[in-house]
Design a protein. Structure first.
Length: 240
């Protein structure tokens, strides 16, 4: 039976993203499918906007619409769809630089939010691991997964975005070869988001769920090691 979830203000979350300069668009409730079909003028991720009046109108009409976040403009996302995907990524990492920074717990996996890499979408770079860049989008908190779980911030989006590690870049674009690190000006969108009040605005009860209970192990920064397994406990992740 799907997990029952609390009433959450999706409009509040969508407005918080838009106010932070992150383009959003509505998805059909409990799905990843754009809410506005092409037959009535919808353009999918190309409808994404930061116009607060448009955002307010969308979610006023459909209050439980999921929140779509366009990638490749402010951030990219590494999409891990299961614990097996976490293991695959950890094995590929081989002790090198981990993924760090903003992290979302999805229905069954995780989304890592990273700096722009100038790369388009890549599916299946490893088993269960996709990359969402230019021309892509992800479902953002506080959206509801089809199984009833909420998308939730583990590490909030107000944290600084990290560069995509070089070993992952080479998986995404093998022809690039090794690169020397490039300086990114502080304050640019590629550097980070600064203090963005998304963590509290996109979660019920002002971010209460981002604080783990004392008996639970908690990963503040990645990677989520293959040596740990996670189960959900009241919407949180605990080790066992």
């Amino acid at each position: 039976m799907p997990q029952q979830t609390e009433r959450v203000d999706h409009l509040r979350g969508a407005l918080a993203y838009g106010s932070a300069g992150i383009p959003v668009f509505p998805l059909a409730p409990r799905t990843k499918v754009p809410l506005i079909p092409a037959s009535i003028g919808g353009h999918g991720l190309h409808d994404a906007t930061t116009d607060l009046d448009v955002i307010r109108a969308w979610w006023t009409r459909t209050p439980n619409a999921n929140v779509g976040l366009r990638t490749g403009l402010v951030f990219d996302v590494v999409d891990l769809d299961s614990e097996d995907a976490v293991d695959a990524l950890e094995e590929a990492r081989g002790g090198r630089e981990p993924l760090r920074g903003p992290l979302v717990a999805t229905g069954k996996g995780f989304h890592y939010y990273v700096q722009l890499a100038g790369i388009g979408n890549r599916a299946g770079i490893l088993p269960g691991v996709d990359y969402r860049g230019r021309g892509g989008y992800v479902v953002g908190p506080p959206s509801e997964h089809p199984d009833g779980h909420r998308y939730r911030w583990v590490n909030p989006l107000r944290d600084e975005l990290a560069r995509v590690p070089q070993w992952l870049i080479q998986l995404l674009v093998p022809e690039r070869g090794p690169e020397r690190p490039r300086a990114v000006p502080e304050g640019s969108r590629a550097y980070g988001l600064g203090v963005v009040p998304i963590a509290s605005a996109a979660l019920p009860d002002k971010g209460r769920e981002s604080q783990p209970p004392a008996q639970c192990g908690f990963v503040q920064y990645g990677p989520i090691s293959s040596r740990r397994r996670y189960r959900r406990d009241g919407g949180r992740f605990c080790t066992y």
